[in-house]
Design a protein around this ligand. Structure first.
Ligand code: PLP
Length: 413
């Protein structure tokens, strides 16, 4: 029996096991001992420029500092500022807004959007589905909301999207439930940098429609946290055209985040966005997510919402902002490409990085590989299925040679 727990029985076992904080603690020790110059920190989830500083988009900073204090301290509406909601819908889709009804509700970062999707679109006790390489927070949110996270194998032998594994897992789950929420983190998936192709999406939607035709409620949350670091604005969003004209028992949602796209990680600003062919489904979406916001954090960061709207409404600022962000995107892409080219050259089997903050290398014993890498003063994150390298945080100069070191570490364990 529990003698020293005051927690409710359902809350007792909550523990965050964060591999990232462990890895970054080891890295800090090495920096103290050997100096930052000699150490490669591939554990960080934020963008670090080639001089080792936390990157900040200059136009974001300028506009943020120009905000009147009132815009920073006042409450905002629970659903979010109306102009912000219009702007995030535009930003989510760019030129690929599907025909249909759209709604948006402001959330505390993309994390808040994922929380709301699980809280409101996954039946308690049922499975939510995501790939076997996934951002660990999905699991925490599912547990918190009384759901279970199931996984399918993301890659096939050719390192393509494993539609067979995806289909098999959906088939298995749908034997036992009448609705399903799937979370797909694309483009530029964390932790692999993978993106679904148009054909992958066609296959996912065909299966979704098959179950919808049987009367099942099918929801997909597209986690687009890294979309602004995945390529050209409209090319990366072309797949969104496919979300037009779906049956009204299929709901497509997006988790929008200002963390990476605006370098505003700590300001906790995002949105959940939905598209449906049913106006009633969107009305309900706005009501229930507003309710869940009221019950969790009430309203969110008014200053950050105002900042986004101001940039969006000022053509010159927007053009400047997009150019600055594009430069950062290219910097990270270049670092990732260096790793991938070197991996290919030395015969290291890395997963297919297409863009974004992270790339991954499968490993049998990821912890041991990471420990071995410490000997070369390289610090990466051991995940269940492999080692995650942060292209967002390793400078271009330091990225050179990392692939060979990972291979060497793999061979040593
Ligand atoms: N989704 C993924 C896959 C992420 O890696 C992150 C951040 O690390 C987020 C969503 C959302 O981040 P935030 O809550 O800071 O917007």
């Amino acid at each position: 029996q529990m003698t020293n727990s005051m927690a409710a029985s359902h809350a007792r076992d909550k523990r965050l096991t964060d591999a990232i904080f462990g890895a970054s603690a080891a890295c800090r020790e090495a920096v103290a001992k050997y100096g930052a110059e000699k150490v490669t920190n591939a554990t960080i989830g934020t963008m670090i420029d080639d001089d080792g500083k936390l990157a900040c988009l200059p136009t974001m900073e300028r506009v943020y500092r120009s905000l009147p204090m009132e815009d920073i301290i006042a409450y905002a509406p629970i659903s979010g500022l109306p102009d912000y909601l219009d702007a995030v819908i535009d930003l989510t889709f760019a030129d690929h807004k599907p025909e249909g009804y759209c709604g948006a509700v402001a959330t505390a970062g993309g994390t808040g959007a994922i929380h709301h999707a699980v809280a409101n679109y996954a039946e308690r006790g049922t499975y939510v589905l995501t790939s076997d390489w996934f951002w660990g927070t999905y699991n925490v949110i599912c547990n918190e909301c009384g759901c279970k996270l199931a996984n399918y194998t993301l890659f096939d032998e050719q390192q393509h999207f494993n539609i067979a594994a995806y289909t098999a897992k959906v088939d298995e789950i749908m034997k036992g439930q009448d609705s399903l929420l799937v979370i797909i983190n694309t483009p530029a998936h964390n932790p692999t940098g993978f993106s679904l192709t148009e054909e992958d999406w066609d296959a996912v939607l065909a299966l979704t429609k098959k179950y919808a035709a049987q009367g099942k409620k099918m929801s997909i949350l597209v986690d687009i946290a890294y979309i602004d670091y995945a390529g050209e604005k409209n090319e990366t969003r072309a797949f969104m055209d496919k979300f037009a004209g779906l049956p009204d028992n299929v709901l497509i949602m997006f988790s929008f985040s200002m963390s990476k796209g605006y370098t505003m990680y700590g300001q906790r600003t995002g949105a959940i966005i939905a598209v449906s062919s049913s106006e009633a489904v969107i009305d309900e979406f706005k009501e229930i997510n507003k309710y869940t916001s009221r019950a969790t954090w009430s309203n969110i960061n008014r200053g950050a919402m105002t900042l986004l709207t101001r940039i969006q409404q000022d053509k010159a600022a927007l053009a400047q902002f997009e150019k600055e962000r594009d430069d950062f995107y290219k910097l990270i892409q270049h670092r990732g490409d260096i790793f991938m080219q070197e991996a290919k050259a030395c015969g290291l089997k890395a997963l297919p990085y297409k863009g974004g903050f992270f790339l991954s290398v499968p490993a049998k014993d990821p912890g041991a590989v990471c420990d071995e890498l410490h000997k070369d003063l390289v610090f990466a994150v051991p995940l269940k299925l492999g080692v995650r390298i942060a292209a967002c945080s390793v400078s271009t100069a330091k990225m050179k040679g990392i692939a060979a070191k990972v291979l060497k570490a793999q061979q040593a364990v």
